[in-house]
Design a protein around this ligand. Structure first.
Ligand SMILES: Nc1c(N[C@@H]2O[C@H](COP(=O)(O)O)[C@@H](O)[C@H]2O)[nH]c(=O)[nH]c1=O
Length: 159
């Protein structure tokens, strides 16, 4: 059965990038994946001055609002790197927080879908035809963590 998630306070809200599960990446602590993701849009761009403001935003909604401002200059390679940027942050989130890692692993092999009514790239959009890249990343992170855990078991058995 497909598992749908969207807002952080709804079922499976820990799969939302807006959930308050902080990550350390590139020597910096980010309060949510969303803070990190929005800030990465401006690395190396002429509007990089916005990055500390995104980092300091009290909520992921405010971080997203800053990052979505259409008059600011995104880094030139953003469309090429954004899926990898997101995957790295989501992987770090589930490696860092054991409680939500368990939630992810317990979804077995179910399909995971970000049920956003407006986002046809990261989510499935209003009519469920969206690309669901966030759901796909979560599924691949789930697989990667399973492999890492099985390697740990093998390592423990032979040491
Ligand atoms: N969960 C969630 C959203 N969805 C998230 O928005 C991000 C996409 O941002 P952008 O690329 O700037 O359009 C991405 O992390 C996606 O998962 N958006 C929201 O306004 N509220 C929310 O609770």
């Amino acid at each position: 059965m497909t598992i749908y998630f969207y807002k952080a306070w709804q079922p499976y809200g820990c799969f939302s990038n807006f959930s308050f599960h902080g990550i350390h990446l590139q020597g910096v602590y980010w309060p949510t994946v969303e803070h990190y993701y929005q800030a990465q849009k401006f690395v190396g761009s002429t509007d990089a001055v916005i990055i500390p403001f995104i980092h300091a935003a009290p909520t992921p909604e405010e971080a997203a609002a800053l990052g979505r401002c259409s008059t600011r200059q995104l880094r030139r390679d953003w469309d090429l790197v954004k899926i990898q940027v997101m995957r790295e942050a989501v992987l770090k989130k589930f490696l860092t927080h054991a409680d939500i890692r368990e939630v992810l692993l317990r979804t077995g092999d179910e399909m995971l879908v970000e049920n956003s009514p407006i986002d046809y790239f990261w989510g499935c959009g209003a009519n469920k035809t969206g690309q669901n890249h966030l759901g796909k990343i979560l599924i691949s992170v789930r697989e990667e963590i399973r492999k890492l855990l099985s390697l740990t078991v093998i390592h423990e058995e032979f040491n």
